[in-house]
Design a protein around this ligand. Structure first.
Ligand SMILES: [Fe+2]
Length: 266
């Protein structure tokens, strides 16, 4: 995990602080990984917001939204959370409800009126293929676009949030490949400038692809080897590096299930 600057202590007002601490404690008790993920996403999001030149008040709002972005997972069974991102269609539907669940938990609290939309929309995609409302482009609140980038990066790089862990370069490459489709390109650029400035002047894709080609498969990646990466053309290898790999255990589960219950990656 790379070190990042810590922006603004939050929260600062009495009641808001109490409510935030309550939800964070609930998250920690339910699933420690979720709690740690929330903290990391909050810091990355604050870095990006500052890089975009937003005001301290806006940065604080986005940081709070990022801290609480996944509180809707309190309503999702641990058996589903622990299996994500490889879920059956039914489980995926359950998982995807966390955006609206989080929104609903705070919708009557006036002090959170600025952040409920960020919680609701943090899985929307720039090209309109996300959920829950299939918002597109600038119709997605800026804070939610920022949280989406921070969330995706931390999901990939933080060992507590995935069954596998990608390198910093692989995670950044994935963000760059998603700029303009999954993510707001301006937000990805701000992320690069704020969190990965060392990769700014480098031919990022080539560098990451070369590294992926040289890298031996790690033990925990045993089920999803990439032996052909070096022999493939660069474009094919880039696509392969960006695509999530499915561990063999999950494939086995998928194979054992009846055809009607497909595995879907959320
Ligand atoms: Fe989420």
């Amino acid at each position: 995990m790379i070190s990042i600057p810590q922006y603004l202590e939050f929260p600062s007002t009495g009641k808001t602080k109490e409510i935030c601490e309550f939800f964070l404690e609930m998250l920690e008790r339910k699933n420690k990984s979720l709690y740690m993920h929330s903290q990391q996403v909050a810091n990355y999001a604050a870095c990006i917001a500052a890089q975009l030149g937003l005001s301290p008040r806006e940065i604080k709002t986005i940081k709070t939204g990022a801290l609480l972005h996944d509180i809707g997972h309190l309503s999702v069974p641990n058996v589903v959370l622990n299996k994500a991102p490889y879920l059956s269609v039914r489980e995926a539907a359950q998982f995807k409800k966390h955006c609206i669940a989080g929104y609903s938990m705070l919708e009557n609290m006036e002090e959170f009126s600025d952040i409920i939309d960020l919680i609701r929309s943090h899985h929307e995609h720039w090209n309109g293929t996300g959920y829950p409302d299939r918002l597109k482009g600038v119709n997605i609140p800026l804070g939610a676009r920022i949280i989406a980038v921070a969330d995706h990066y931390d999901q990939n790089i933080n060992p507590c949030t995935q069954k596998w862990q990608k390198t910093h370069e692989e995670a950044v490459l994935e963000l760059q490949n998603g700029a303009g489709t999954l993510f707001d390109p301006a937000v990805v650029k701000a992320f690069m400038d704020a969190v990965a400035p060392e990769m700014k002047a480098l031919p990022v894709k080539e560098k990451a692809v070369k590294k992926a080609a040289k890298k031996k498969p790690a033990k925990k990646h045993k089920a999803a080897p990439q032996p052909k990466a070096a022999a493939e053309p660069v474009t094919a290898a880039v696509k392969k590096a960006a695509a999530p790999e499915k561990p063999a255990a999950v494939e086995k589960i998928a194979a054992e299930k009846p055809a009607a219950e497909k595995i879907s990656v959320v």
